[in-house]
Design a protein around this ligand. Structure first.
Ligand SMILES: [Ca+2]
Length: 493
């Protein structure tokens, strides 16, 4: 599509969204300056007058996942389980004697909550450099057949990288490897700690190596399996590892026209933006906005080849900054599923769009706007349907821009009350002449039922991930992943 039209439209859309949020938020912008993080979201969920977008930076600051710098990512969350006061159900007999001093023995019960069962140990192999002397670029990997939330990689006692998704690879500079030239010659300690989602340390591996940058480059890795004592757990890997299998085939009222769960597919990240051997060029059923198109806001640069990979049955979209041809760029991605038999514009009139996705951690600066965009490119006249949409440290929203709208603000907006990041979710758009319905994990987030406002021209689906509208000066350290387990698309039966 003509990108200029898209950008202009999205700028208008951006203004529209902001306008809509401001409109729905009312006029209490002054209150937002005192609003902080989670409270703002809760207030927004409760329908109170709060400017959500204004508070994204505050939320970022409060986020436990805040990335301080590329080499100082978050530490595992501290599991301060507050010893909750004993439940009053233990002293139910006399409601007339509420004095807490009469029931002191119950204070011993919380001990059970502070001593949880020992966590299962992960069985990890530590594919660290095994040579006694290291030089050059060395891949440093930890693998696990059991559930691990993240792995901290530390050098000489300082955490240099935290990896939140498998395969757990030390992601230094250049990407994916440890450059020994960043270390002085001599002995160094490499350590990897694996943590559960609750922050419990599952396993630790440590190895002392000697760096000699004058030696010939060490070629890759021969794994030393340093196995811990284990509780054997079955490998969780399957085609659909999110725990919900992709629906296959037609359903009542719908005919399936596209389905991809990435099973058996492997598309590594390309070597650079435009790499013809990377996503989407090696696939027949996906396309993408090409490098070097700009996003909205324009500080983002589309680079599917360096943001999007397919591994472990997942599409992995990595939003980050890196130097491209000597210029530091903030790389974004817009992936388009190609419906077989559809016209070149790849769209259809009405449909059902289902995506199983997870953004494992919160990170600032970026924005999901997965959307149905009119093939006509005529906006706002032909409307737009956005879902899930939201900042990467914010909530999931759904928007339906009206047919025959004359401004971007003419839309219906729904806040799912659920963060973009965290758990796996199944997001569904059902677009029919009579209604547009947004569902999250089977729950209706919102439904627009005025037929005169429902978009009524063909549209196509774009899994678009760009910059946050509220960020004008991006930094280079914010980065994170969005995982997609499967995508299923239907036409009206
Ligand atoms: Ca999958």
């Amino acid at each position: 599509m003509p990108k200029t039209a898209t950008f202009t439209s999205f700028l208008l859309f951006c203004a529209g969204v902001m306008t809509a949020v401001f409109i729905t938020a009312g006029a209490s912008a002054s209150r937002s300056s005192t609003c902080r993080g989670r409270l703002c979201e809760e207030a927004a969920v409760a329908g109170k007058k709060t400017n959500v977008r204004k508070n994204l930076s505050a939320k970022s600051r409060s986020s436990k996942y805040l990335v301080a710098s590329r080499y100082k990512r978050r530490k595992p969350p501290v599991t301060t389980t507050t010893t909750t006061t004993p439940t009053t159900t233990t002293t139910p007999t006399t409601t007339t004697t509420p004095t807490t001093t009469t029931t002191p023995t119950t204070t011993t019960t919380p001990t059970t909550t502070t001593t949880p069962a020992p966590p299962p140990l992960a069985q990890l192999s530590f594919d660290s450099p095994t040579s006694s002397t290291l030089s050059g670029s060395v891949k440093w990997t930890v693998s696990s057949p059991v559930a691990v939330d993240h792995v901290d990689f530390a050098i000489d006692g300082a955490v240099k990288w935290t990896e939140h998704y498998a395969p757990y690879v030390f992601n230094g500079d250049p990407d994916g490897v440890l450059d020994t030239k960043t270390l002085a010659n001599g002995q160094h300690t490499l350590k990897a700690d694996a943590f559960s989602a609750a922050g419990t340390k599952l396993a630790t591996f440590s190895k002392t190596v000697s760096v000699d940058n004058t030696a010939p480059a060490t070629t890759t890795t021969t794994p030393t399996t340093t196995t811990t004592t284990t509780t054997t757990a079955p490998p969780p890997s399957s085609a659909d590892s999110s725990g919900e299998s992709m629906p296959v085939g037609d359903m009542s009222g719908w005919h399936q026209v596209f389905a991809d769960n990435f099973a058996g597919e492997n598309v590594p990240l390309g070597s650079t933006c435009g790499d013809a051997n990377a996503f989407p060029h090696t696939l027949s059923n996906w396309s993408a906005y090409p490098y070097p198109w700009k996003g909205t806001p324009t500080w983002g640069t589309y680079c599917p080849e360096r943001t999007t990979s397919i591994h472990d049955g997942l599409m992995d979209i990595w939003l980050h900054s890196e130097s491209v041809n000597g210029t530091m760029l903030h790389l974004i991605d817009a992936a388009l599923p190609k419906i077989a038999g559809a016209p070149s514009t790849n769209g259809q009139l009405y449909g059902r769009y289902v995506v199983r996705f997870q953004q494992p951690t919160s990170f600032p600066q970026y924005h999901l706007s997965w959307l149905l965009w009119p093939n006509s490119e005529t906006w706002p006249r032909d409307g737009e349907i956005d879902y899930p949409e939201g900042d990467t440290n914010g909530n999931i929203w759904g928007f339906m821009h009206w047919q025959n709208a004359t401004s971007g603000g003419q839309q219906d907006a729904y806040n799912a009350g659920t963060s973009v990041y965290g758990a796996w979710h199944t997001a569904v758009i059902e677009w029919l002449p009579s209604r547009v319905t947004f569902l999250l994990d089977g729950r209706v987030v919102g439904s627009s039922t005025d037929p005169s406002k429902i978009p009524s021209t063909p549209m196509h689906f774009v899994i678009q991930n760009g910059g946050s509208f509220g960020v004008s000066t991006p930094d280079n350290t914010s980065q994170g992943h969005i995982l997609i387990d499967w995508v299923a698309i239907y036409a009206r039966a």
